[in-house]
Design a protein around this ligand. Structure first.
Ligand SMILES: [Zn+2]
Length: 228
């Protein structure tokens, strides 16, 4: 499907699908802004943090006047300014919702244990997921269609101590979350249009490499495998 057809497919719908974005940080900012600007969905934005001055180099939606404000409130205000008519609902918490009654869930968090828990919840609720992560110079973006394509556990199996390093511990090159978040926004738009973006993108700015890879769903995956 061409980008024009994706946009046409999404804009002709009277009812916009509801999309949950968890995390309004480095990944969440480009995801929220790009999806809001093209009016392809209603956004529900969840994050429990406040804007810190150290966030400003890589978190597009915030400016100096937002320091100290809840990220969800500052992000929603910025989106309404940038994209009048965009629908944004906010939840000032950072936890798994009791019910995942959304057309799509997008994981922009920086907590690997949460990522696996969200993967498992999305699989159980049969809700498509776009997952992404960044640390240092590397990042990934993965689109998961429950029961059809590989999930986070099919690819990475389980969280390791190495994966538990966060941007707070190890830092992150400022433009990297914007690159990975933009890929995630593209995956989200294609998923909402009924496409199947099954490739995982691995981006390594140290090696100057952006690499797609294809993964098969594993029958023995503890999250999405078939019961024996
Ligand atoms: Zn799996």
């Amino acid at each position: 499907m061409s980008p024009i057809v994706v946009k046409r497919e999404l804009s002709r719908r009277a009812e916009k699908p509801r999309v949950l974005v968890i995390g309004a940080g480095g990944l969440g900012c480009p995801i929220v802004e790009l999806l809001a600007r093209v009016h392809v969905c209603e956004l529900v934005l969840a994050d429990g943090d406040v804007v810190d001055r150290s966030n400003l180099p890589r978190q597009w939606l915030y400016g100096d006047k937002d320091v100290g404000k809840a990220k969800t409130a500052a992000a929603a205000a910025r989106v309404r300014d940038l994209a009048p008519g965009a629908k944004v609902e906010t939840r000032g918490v950072f936890r798994l919702p009791d019910r995942l009654d959304f057309a799509l869930v997008i994981d922009g968090t920086d907590d690997v244990d949460f990522k696996f828990a969200l993967n498992d919840a999305a699989i159980a609720a049969r809700v498509p997921l776009v997952s992404g992560g960044v640390v240092g110079l590397v990042g990934y973006a993965l689109s998961v269609r429950p029961g059809q394509s590989a999930c986070l556990r099919c690819v990475f199996e389980a969280p390791t101590d190495e994966m538990r390093k966060t941007c707070r511990d190890a830092g992150v090159l400022a433009p990297l979350p914007s690159i990975v978040g933009s890929v995630m926004a593209a995956m989200a738009a294609r998923t909402l249009a009924g496409e199947a973006p099954e490739a995982m993108w691995s981006i390594d700015l140290g090696l100057s490499q952006a690499r797609p890879s294809r993964w098969q769903r594993r029958d023995d995956c503890p999250a999405c495998g078939r019961p024996s």
